[in-house]
Design a protein around this ligand. Structure first.
Ligand code: NAD
Ligand code: G3P
Length: 333
C-alpha cells in the first residue's frame, strides 16, 4: 500500500489526507497538538477544522514527525506558507531520501519572495524533479464532503506529477498534471490576494460588475507576473488560474474572501485578524507578491491596492476612487 505523510492537521491537510485514503493510500498526519491527534485517532474526526466529518480508517495521526515520515513515498506539506521554512528544517532530516515532496500551500515567502516549491527545494535539499505542487479550486470543506472537484499536480518531471495524480485520484477528486510549476504556484498564491479584493468589494456593497472586473483584471495581472517569471500563459486559463479565482472569489467558504468582506464592512485589520480562525494566506502574501512584482518590474495595481488597504490602512473607498481614476489603457496592457 502507498504510504503518505501529511504534515499539518488544518482544514486542507486533513481533507487531502481523506482524499489520499479514499484513493487507497495509508496516511499518517502529523499534528502539533496531542489533543487533536487523539481526537483524530480515537474519535475519527478533526473537531477543530472539519467538525462533523468522519475520517477514513486509513488516516492515522501522530505528534512525532519521525513516525509520520517513516517509509513515506509521498510527503505532503500543509502548514502556513510563512512557517514552512522553519517547520521543514526540523522535518527534512527525518524524511526518506527518495520521498516525493508535495506542496499544498498557496503563498509566497515574506522577505525572500520565494515560492513554496523553492523553499522546499532549498530546505530539504531536494531537486525540482522530487518536488510537486497540488493546486486548483479546492475548498477544503467541499472536498471533505466528497463533492466533485478538479485539481492540478505540477512538477518539473511529468512522470512524478503522474505518480502524485494516481495517489490522489478518486471518484470525486480529479487531478490533472502540468509541468508549469511557476504558473501553477503563482495562480494559487495571487488568487488569495484577488479574493481579498473581491471580499472588500462585497463588504463595501459593490455589485457583480465590480467583482467580475476585479477577478478578470486580477487574472490579467497574475498572468503578467507569470510571463515575466517564465510561466506559460495557458496555465492561467486553467484550474490553477481561472479555476481557483472563480472558486475563491465566489465562495463564502474562502477565508481570504471572508477576511476581505470583513475589512470592506469597516472592521480594522486587528478586529478582522481576531475573528479569523484559520490561515488567510493573502494577508501576508499580498506583500510578498508585490515584492515579486517589483523585482520583475511588473505592474500589479490590484495587489498594490490590497497591500495599501490591508497594511497601510487606506480606506477602501479612497482606494476604489484611485483605481477607477488610473489612466485609460488597452486591455492587452
Ligand atoms: N483550506 C483550504 O480550503 C485550502 C485549499 C487549498 C489550499 N490551501 C492552502 O493550504 C495551506 C494550509 O492551509 P489550511 O487551510 O490547512 O490552514 P489551516 O489554518 O486550516 O491549518 C493550518 C495548520 O498549520 C498548523 N500550524 C499553524 N502554525 C504552525 C506552525 N508555526 N508550525 C507548524 N504548524 C503550524 C495549524 O495548527 C494547522 O494544523 C495554505 O497555504 C492554504 O492556502 C487551503
Ligand atoms: O479559504 P481560502 O481563501 O484559503 O481558499 C481555499 C482554497 O485555496 C480554494 O481553492
Amino acid at each position: 500500500m502507498t504510504r503518505c505523510a501529511v504534515y499539518g492537521t488544518g482544514s486542507w491537510g486533513t481533507a487531502f489526507a481523506m482524499v489520499l485514503a479514499d484513493a487507497g493510500c495509508e496516511v499518517t498526519l502529523w499534528g502539533r497538538r496531542a489533543a487533536l491527534v487523539d481526537a483524530i485517532n480515537n474519535g475519527r474526526t478533526n473537531p477543530d477544522y472539519l467538525p462533523g466529518v468522519e475520517l477514513p480508517e486509513a488516516v492515522r495521526a501522530t505528534t512525532d514527525p519521525a513516525r509520520a515520515a517513516r517509509d513515506a513515498e509521498f510527503t505532503v506539506l500543509a502548514v502556513p506558507s510563512q512557517t514552512l521554512r522553519g517547520n521543514l528544517a526540523e522535518w527534512a532530516p527525518l524524511l526518506p531520501a527518495d520521498t516525493i515532496l508535495v506542496s499544498l500551500m498557496k503563498g509566497v515567502e515574506l522577505g525572500t519572495a520565494k515560492r513554496m516549491s523553492e523553499v522546499i527545494e532549498e530546505v530539504a535539499k531536494a531537486p525540482a524533479e522530487r518536488v510537486a505542487v497540488l493546486t486548483g479550486p479546492n475548498l477544503a470543506k467541499e472536498v471533505a464532503a466528497r463533492q466533485p472537484a478538479a485539481a492540478v499536480v505540477a512538477c518539473a518531471d511529468e512522470a512524478v506529477a503522474r505518480r502524485v495524480q494516481t495517489a490522489c485520484h478518486t471518484a470525486y477528486f480529479r487531478p490533472y498534471t502540468n509541468t508549469d510549476v511557476v504558473g501553477c504556484e503563482l495562480g494559487g498564491a495571487v488568487k488569495n490576494v484577488i479574493a481579498l479584493a473581491v471580499g472588500i468589494a462585497t463588504g463595501m456593497g459593490l455589485g457583480d460588475n465590480a467583482k467580475a472586473s476585479l477577478i478578470t483584471r486580477g487574472l490579467a495581472e497574475t498572468t503578467r507576473l507569470g510571463l515575466a517569471m517564465g510561466a506559460d500563459a495557458h496555465t492561467f486559463a486553467g484550474l490553477a488560474g481561472m479555476g481557483d479565482l472563480v472558486a475563491t472569489c465566489s465562495s463564502p467558504l474562502s477565508r481570504n474572501n471572508t477576511f476581505g468582506t470583513n475589512l470592506g464592512r469597516g472592521m480594522t485589520l486587528q478586529e478582522t485578524i481576531a475573528v479569523t480562525k484559520q490561515t488567510a494566506e493573502g494577508v501576508k502574501s499580498c506583500e510578498s507578491v508585490l515584492d515579486l512584482a517589483r523585482r520583475h518590474g511588473v505592474d500589479m495595481p490590484l495587489t498594490e491596492t490590497v497591500v495599501s488597504i490591508v497594511h497601510d490602512g487606506k480606506p477602501p473607498l479612497v482606494a476604489l476612487k484611485e483605481l477607477m481614476a488610473r489612466s485609460a489603457k488597452s486591455e492587452r496592457h
